[in-house]
Design a protein around this ligand. Sequence first.
Ligand SMILES: [Fe+2]
Length: 403
Amino acid sequence: MPYYRAVGEIPRKRHTQFRKPDGGLYAEELMGIEGFAAESALLYHQGLPTAIVDIEPWERPEQRTQPNHPLRPRHFRTHKLDQGGPADVVTGRRLLLANGDVRISYAVADAASPLYRNAVGDECVYVESGWATVETVFGTLEVGQGDYVVLPQSTTHRWVPNAAEADHSTTPLRALVVEARGHIGAPKRYLTARGQFNEFAPYCERDLRAPQAPHRATGEDVEVLVRHPRGDTRLTYATHPFDVVGWDGCLYPYAFNIADFEPITGRLHQPPPVHQTFAGPNFVICSFVPRKFDYHPQSVPAPYNHANTDSDELLFYVGGDFMSRKGAGIELGSMSLHPSGFTHGPQPGSVEASLGKEDTDELAVMIDTFAPLEIGDSALGCEDASYAWSWSGRRRKSGQSSG
Ligand SMILES: [Fe+2]
């Protein structure tokens, strides 16, 4: 995030005395990535951000994964994962897919989450439906359907569903959670040498929403759940972590709505990288948004069959009509996994049906990983086992179980 912001009260010069109305000093915190050699923020706390009074393991049920073996394309129906009891965006995550670089989970939330901090890497949460306030140590973000919410590593925050739009309290907060082992940001090719979004980029600084003011809360002995590579921990702080009076810098949480992604179109079918929205370590996130189709007189709007030889492709279908997947059982909330080593493409008949079509209203989020994804128990629990045969239109030749 190359975009400098200053929020709330800060002293004129960094690392100088900054006093409270009672004469005491605010506690300055430098939060920086890559050994303080890259982006950072300076935050000014009322209390000490270091003062802990208890440490316990954060025990949570193990969510197992297994290799995608034997190799097969897959289709998961995430809306079957609705939970019965109260759930929140942090502890209610259902792990769908994972590898050493990224964990992809789904959460249906109706309760406020605990305070939480991910020390493994950045998180990008896509809000499929519903509304929430994301309270962070930097301030709040009001988020809703279609928002990508990017939370830098070790940002203390919590998710409060529906706080932004009480009228919509019946709409569940559905979230796709991408947890990186590292940092998530704009692709380098969208940025100038000095970090500004360039004119070729499909979105720019004006499309990003960041906290506008500090968010203050009071309390003593406040728990924060910390996700860490070596195991999860429950830290208790003497005073509430949301005690920042001001901050500045280039490291902070922000939201970007998929409707603000301006599609790049052409006379002929554009390759998948034109849809790229974010880059993470060994993965990318792309947005397929409503757009004009190709305008060459002989163009074929449906995608060609393709072998993305270095990547597993995960596509999450969140809106519109997926013309190219007609007959595959794809519906809203569906998630398809087309792994490397498998050539995939439109379902039979889709290419002919696409000819002459001028636009599409499809809306989807794609995550391509450069290492194979393992499949989580939750994904297996909502899998459409017949998907692999949707191109041939036949049942499994060996006549074994439908899987
Ligand atoms: Fe693909």
